[in-house]
Ligand binder design. Structure first.
Ligand code: ASP
Length: 449
């Protein structure tokens, strides 16, 4: 059994939904289909989820809702018309939105979640009807009926493990099940949504629950590429990568999946197949537990911007028991997660994301480190990027780091930091952000040129 998930762009228009139906019809093993809400039709379009959030805000601010409501209804009307569905099909969608709008908005977050979920919910019903009209036995099944239980955290709910046994029963349903992504229910019965992009999670949870052979994730690109196409011209597609490689690439900015989204399939060892809705015959990218290493040491080059480094120096630091703990306790107090801690004998740097280190926090942290740890020097360097070379093949290849340093030198990139060792599948170089694109291009040419 295959679980398929179609992202927002795959259901953004009638033509796309038509393509979805053809893909489902092409393979009888595709028996569980998760859909997102209609996404962007073109780059400056607005996703239905964002229209719904705007609608919720309109109501919460006490302003008129008609315009925002019409914008959502218009998106479904356009799809229905394109699919040749009678215009009256829009009435239940409009009624559904109105009834959600009429719910209590005492709890703003729950109210917003209920509206957000309408995007996926109505889309799933529409897709099920479309398949039925084509003679496929297809049924809409919602998260309540199926028992998709989430934690009670509106907008940021997490999947509760206890839901799996009941969810598994979805596999016994006849025909093709069309399931809306992105939302579920708390044990209290309240509708709650997953974090944004949560339909990937719904698909992964269902794939794990029914022990699918594969989790097919249909999107609008042919594959995951070995480097960011905005930086490297025409980068090579990656045909296969392991979960660990995926995690490292996603960490450093590859917009493959939200890292947490695929945890359920990762734990269950179910392969993911990323495919293009508009090129379903294409090879796509497979994410697997193990792969044979026959294509060189690296699978991808990534760069993560907006990093800064807190440099701390203290004579005899290496002999001071508890120094690292006290330093990290200051960051913990301030709620700052750290990324890496490259260290020397009397020095160490803590790399953190700029987003967690605004000027006021920086001032406080620097002051505390100086006063509480009696250091000789503490300073902060901004504008850094982490350039990463990722690949399982590196473990068994001699000279990968030498080639990387050589490529960076050729591109006249100064290496501010090297981090290698803890992870067997990646090597990381801290560079100035203005140098990062040059670094990526040179490393790409070195390993893939
Ligand atoms: N529609 C939701 C969003 O835009 C969830 C998803 O598409 O996965 O975030």
């Amino acid at each position: 059994m295959k679980v398929c998930k179609f992202g927002g762009s795959s259901v953004a228009t009638a033509e796309q939904i038509d393509a979805v139906c053809r893909i489902v019809q092409a393979d009888p093993e595709r028996r569980l289909v998760v859909v997102s809400a209609p996404g962007k039709r073109h780059s400056d379009d607005t996703k239905v989820t964002d229209l719904l959030i705007a609608l919720a805000h309109a109501r919460l601010s006490g302003g008129p809702c008609d315009e925002a409501l019409d914008a959502v209804v218009a998106r479904y009307a356009e799809i229905a018309e394109g699919l040749g569905v009678p215009a009256s099909r829009i009435d239940p969608i409009s009624a559904d939105l109105r009834s959600r709008l009429a719910e209590s908005c005492e709890d703003k977050d729950l109210f917003t979640d209920s509206l957000k979920a309408a995007g996926e919910d109505n889309c799933a019903r529409l897709v099920a009807e479309c398949l039925t009209a084509r003679g496929v036995e297809a049924h809409y099944v919602g998260p309540k009926e199926a028992g998709l239980l989430l934690s009670d955290e509106p907008g940021n709910a997490q999947v509760l493990d206890e839901c799996y046994p009941r969810l598994a029963e979805v596999a016994d349903r006849p025909g093709v099940t069309i399931f809306p992504g992105f939302f579920g229910y708390a044990t209290s019965g309240k509708l709650v949504t997953l974090p944004r992009g949560g339909s990937d999670t719904t698909g992964a949870v269902l794939a794990k629950a029914v022990n699918a052979d594969v989790y097919e994730n249909f999107t609008d690109v042919d594959a995951v590429f070995a480097a960011n196409p905005n930086i490297v011209d025409d980068p090579a597609p990656i045909r296969e990568l392991t979960y660990r490689e995926m995690r490292e690439l996603a960490y450093a900015g590859f917009s493959v999946f939200h890292d947490e989204a695929i945890m359920p399939v990762f734990h269950a060892g179910i392969p993911i197949h990323i495919r293009n809705t508009n090129n379903p015959e294409g090879a796509g990218t497979r994410i697997v537990v193990e792969r044979s290493i026959d294509n060189g040491p690296a699978v991808g080059i990534a760069a993560m911007d907006e990093v800064c480094s807190i440099y701390v120096q203290k004579y005899l630091m290496n002999r001071e028991v508890g120094f690292g703990r006290r330093l990290l306790a200051i960051l913990e107090d301030e709620g700052i997660p750290f990324e890496h801690i490259p260290s020397g004998i009397d020095d160490l740097s803590v790399l953190v994301r700029e987003a967690f280190f605004p000027a006021d926090v920086e001032q406080r942290v620097v002051g505390r480190v100086r006063d509480e740890l009696a250091v000789d020097d503490v300073s902060v360097e901004h504008g850094l990027s982490l350039v990463m070379i990722v690949g399982e093949g590196m473990r068994h290849t001699v000279g990968v780091a030498a080639r990387a340093c050589d490529a960076l030198a050729r591109a006249n990139v100064n290496i501010e930091m090297i981090n290698q060792g803890s992870s067997e599948v990646s090597m990381m170089y801290g560079v100035k952000t203005e140098d990062a694109p040059r670094a990526v291009r040179s490393l790409y040419a070195e390993y893939f040129g």
